[in-house]
Design a protein around this ligand. Sequence first.
Ligand code: SER
Length: 586
Amino acid sequence: MKAIEIRNKYLNFFEKHGHKVVPSAPLIPENDPSVLFTTAGMQPLVPYLLGEKHPQGTRITDYQKCLRTVDIDEVGDNRHLTYFEMLGNWSLGDYFKDESIKMSFEFLTKELGIPVEKLYVTCFKGDEDCARDEESAKIWKEAGLPENHIYYYGKEDNWWIAGEEGPCGPDTEMFYDTGKPACSENCQPSCDCGKYVEIWNNVFMEFYKQKDGTYTKLKQRNVDTGLGLERMAMLLQGKKTPYDTELFVPIMNKLEELEKIDDIQSRRVIAEHLRSSMMIISDGGRPSNIDRGYILRRLIRRMIRHMNKLEIDLGEISTLIDINVENLKEMYPDLEKNKETIKHVIIEEKDKFVKTLVKGEREFDKEMKKAKEQGKTEIDGKVVFKLYDTYGFPPEVTSELANENEMKIDLKGFEKLFKEHQEKSRMGAIQKFKGGLADQNEKTIAYHTATHLLHKALKIVLGEHVKQSGSNITEERLRFDFTHPQKVTKEELQKVEDLVNEQINKDLKVKCEEMSYEDAKNSGAIGLFTDKYGDKVKVYTIGDFSKEICGGPHVTHTGDMGRFKIKKEESSSSGVRRIKAVLIKE
Ligand code: SER
């Protein structure tokens, strides 16, 4: 069964069971600067798991684009992926263990046709925070699972939480027996040998873990489930790795055709990182040296390094992107819409990296020889940092180069220097920010408010994909950078301008409220910063028109701002447009 068929079966099945199908949230969380990427289907649903009413009701199902980078170094083996799709169904204070388990059992055995003999499950063993989950085990048995296919484990295996604090609870996990011989007498679902593969996780979310480590009960009992699509496709197709499924076969074949050196691990890294990079860029991500931009940069650069290693002509990137778009567009239509932007961004990043790649590799060779002569088995953190800072080598690239020469890198040493370096840039940025605020006067304050109006107007006219990627204000003008794949037309600019002036003419009241970040997010305010917010944030509301988390200051009424005029619209970098605008006092 192809991945897309599994996805469709899943959504149809849960729709039939009263769930509303909602679209995937973007890979880059909206209004949530506390996480870099969406890592689980539940993430966009947190407010509703905490009790807010979901507009679509209490039964939700979706497929969610996810990216997890904890195992980035492992990509290339036969199972780790950074990007993956998670199918999920949720009960927001609706059904609980009984219906959830029965639906999972029916879906796995009837819809996907997995024989009961191949299914194993695990339940929570119980501890001082929460009782042993015999209820789930009983429901599994009633559904038809033999007792000796049910195992109990503690929090390390059968408890789910995203991060340190938040909604959580015991879970019941489903495993598929691949039929591989048991690795020992003790071989069981928790074993890592590959005989049992986890396929689905139903979390019975009725707790909230506080910062201090204690648990309280949530207002409502929820179910949060997640099924990894690539893995399920691989198992149902009887393949050994996700790279052998239709999701990767075309790109893997092309790479094999293009490579001069045969290395399946490198081929997988290229195929995997290319797909992830395309998905991130399609959702508005751009390479940079911080946060999510840096993750994207690492993915692209590691891919380039491996292409170089296999002596694949880097000019082929465009063809590789075409192949992936063609293969994946049915599942992700946005890839086709954003194809040119994706190409631009990846090729631009490649061009940047290629300039230093060869020099950096030479530098690495020199340092490696030196270290070997000195009898060292590790490349110094300082060298790793120099390769990063001067040649743009992400540490995992240096680490791989070291491994290929039977050496290691001093990652701790690197991280220390990296942190120091980041701290310095942050201080620089704070300095600049303070300088900016000190400069506040009537004119810059009005431009600040105009920027909010412009941001919202762009979203209305061009679409919700518009995201701020930079802003700069002087006494003379505002400059605003935002993600948008093509030139903004004259007509669109006129509409934006009119919309902003309309708000100015309405003399809207600007209101400032302080609230917790959570409340701000729930109120629908747009958040702009990638840094974590403090406990309290300020939310500025302009009439009914715009709502943003922002430090201010702003005008109190829009009436006296002047007439808004767009002076220029141009490209800022690939996929990012820049508008310069002025306020004219008449
Ligand atoms: N949140 C759980 C997971 O990520 C189930 O969706 O596995």
